[in-house]
Design a protein around this ligand. Structure first.
Ligand code: VGL
Ligand code: ZN
Length: 198
């Protein structure tokens, strides 16, 4: 059974000093690099927003980062501008061993819809194409690591479990944003979806 490592959003903007820094985001890089050798496939995801993306608080009058707004697809947290296509913040952390990656899935490029999950945009309908690629390659087991535990790792892991993959999240190699209890809620949600939390 082919087992893939999915490395979620290990990008400068999610590391200390970045626009949407996750505490300790950079600490997981050496451990992720070391883990890559144990997998038959390594896939990286990259948050990749056009300038003025609708998930940015700067695009919503009177809204501050980390407040929410209602979008046609549901409630959306509004973020500081981050991971703008081609910017230094959108680049992978310089220490991440990207040479080992078979594929890089970019997401969040649709101006009107955010995309936390590596599989579907936040409308839970528009696919990124990752599922088709994994199926064609006969990959049925996934281990996920990266940033942030409670957003992109969580949404990716739950979608993968719903799609029928055997999914493990390696918590030691993830770090969380943790907004209003979002970390605890995400751990509950992942466990309920059948994700193994290692
Ligand atoms: C993420 C918020 C906004 C993540 C991406 O990678 O978890 N979080 N965009
Ligand atoms: Zn984003």
């Amino acid at each position: 059974m082919t087992h893939a490592l999915i490395v979620i959003d290990v990008q400068n903007d999610f590391c200390p000093g970045g626009a949407l820094a996750v505490t300790g985001g950079d600490e997981i890089v050496p451990g992720i690099n070391a883990l890559m050798a144990e997998f038959q496939a390594v896939i990286l995801t990259q948050d990749w927003h056009p300038e003025g993306h609708s998930s940015f608080a700067s695009q919503h009058d009177g809204k501050a980062p980390f407040e929410t707004t209602e979008m046609p697809y549901g409630t959306q947290v509004l973020w500081p501008d981050h991971c703008v296509q081609g910017s230094a913040g959108a680049a992978f952390h310089a220490g991440l061993d990207t040479t080992r990656a078979d594929a890089i899935i970019r997401k969040g490029y649709n101006p009107a819809i955010d995309s936390y999950s590596a599989f579907f945009e936040n409308d839970h309908e528009t696919p990124t194409g990752l599922h088709g690629m994994l199926q064609e390659r006969g990959i049925s087991r996934l281990t996920m690591v990266g940033l942030a535990t409670d957003f992109c790792v969580n949404f990716s892991a739950v979608d993968a479990a719903k799609l029928g993959y055997d999914v493990t999240v390696n918590q030691a190699l993830c770090r969380a944003i943790d907004l209003d209890g979002s970390l605890a809620a995400s751990l509950d949600g992942m466990a309920q979806a059948g994700v193994t939390l290692a």
